[in-house]
Design a protein around this ligand. Structure first.
Ligand code: KG4
Ligand code: ZN
Length: 341
């Protein structure tokens, strides 16, 4: 077997993930989540997440190795998320990965969490055609990236100027009384609603904004508009049509994301759009992206929902790509960088 066996560790937020891949083939993807511990706070509590990673890392590692039927001694390299993310959470994975790398005498690769969200698609659809445009939408990020080379050159074209798309889903869910994280319950509620019932604003799409911020996003005005609309109904003593609010909000997010992603592909002469991050699990975003890419003659690649949210497989996928590209391993004093660009 000539393809490298790579193990990836992810601890940037609230999921402890260990994935194992051989080349582009996924062998194991073990996950432990502290999401339930954060639910009552309506968001991830960094200290709680860090402690949960400390408890979960080694057992998750054991599960992944068992699932793949390999030993640590068999792997060719260990990859770990070095940033961006929660500082204390990242430290657990980075420190753990260094320990494993040192003990097993394996090369260590510190990787960028956002690039890993793009790389995970290779596990489902094979090598990514380059250049590609990546739309990265998660709880912490909403970015459009020009991917010249997954192993090196990834350039940001734009990003959110306020809330991330996933953060908007979480905040709107909260004001609708839906549980955290808000994406999945809004996605479900929206199935019973009319996406055209309420005309919520599309941030940064006025002609002047498009000229100045062609690939940037803004979701805080949308969140405020939803809050005002719901409050007005409540003040009038009328019931809040949950399905219509969820569907109309979700439509506004999906509309702006797909419109700007397609525009970025066209402006840069790129024919492949890849979507990643937790919000890429959204059913309306996936459908609208499919329609608009088909109409524009673009190839769309979106990994299955389980690969979109944080996991160890995405880190292993990028690690495997780096090994294949002959990239230089990280040093064992690799820092965890919460603000990694
Ligand atoms: O990538 P991810 O798992 O973690 C971060 O790196 O942030 O993304 C989590 C985000 C949360 O905000 C969650 O509400 C959102 O992804 N999400 C969704 C869906 N599933 C998860 N948003 C919309 N629709 C979904 N089906
Ligand atoms: Zn993520």
């Amino acid at each position: 077997e000539s393809e490298p066996l790579v193990l990836g560790i992810e601890t940037s937020c609230d999921e402890t993930g260990v994935g194992i891949v051989r080349g582009h083939t996924l062998l194991a993807d073990a996950l432990a989540s502290s999401v339930a511990e954060h639910a009552r706070y309506g968001g991830v509590v960094p200290e709680v997440a860090s402690r949960a990673h400390v408890a979960a890392l080694v057992p998750t590692m054991q599960r992944a190795l068992a699932e793949a039927g390999v030993r640590l001694a068999d792997v060719d390299a260990i990859a770990v998320t070095a940033g961006p993310g929660l500082a204390g959470a990242l430290l657990v994975g980075v420190a753990g990965a260094k320990g494993y790398a040192l003990a097993a005498e394996k090369p260590l690769f510190g990787v960028n969490h956002l690039t890993a969200h793009v790389a995970v698609d290779t596990l489902q659809h094979g090598p990514l055609p380059e250049p590609a445009i990546a739309l990265l939408v998660s709880g912490g990020h909403s970015s459009l990236l020009l991917v010249d080379d997954l192993a090196g050159r990834v350039r940001p074209l734009g990003a959110t100027i306020d809330d991330a798309a996933g953060e908007a889903f979480d905040k709107v869910a909260r004001l609708l009384g839906l549980p955290f994280p808000g994406g999945p319950p809004i996605d479900r509620a929206a199935r019973e609603g009319d996406p055209e019932a309420i005309a919520f604003p599309r941030g940064l799409t006025a002609p002047k904004d498009l000229a100045e911020h062609p690939y940037d996003f803004s979701f805080s005005g949308l969140k405020t508009a939803v809050a005002r609309w719901v409050e007005a109904r409540q003040r009038a003593g009328e019931p809040v049509p949950m399905g219509d609010v969820a569907a109309s909000f979700q439509e506004a997010v999906a509309d702006v994301l797909t419109r700007k992603a397609v525009a970025a592909c066209q402006a840069h002469g790129v024919s492949t759009l890849v979507i990643g991050g937790g919000v890429a699990a959204n059913s309306r975003l996936r459908l609208l992206a499919e329609h608009r890419c088909a109409r524009a003659g673009l190839t769309l690649r979106v990994p299955r929902p389980a690969l979109c949210t944080d996991n160890g497989a995405m880190v292993a996928a990028l690690g495997s790509h780096l090994v294949a590209a002959g990239a230089e391993p990280s040093r064992l004093d690799l820092p965890a960088d919460s603000a990694l660009p």
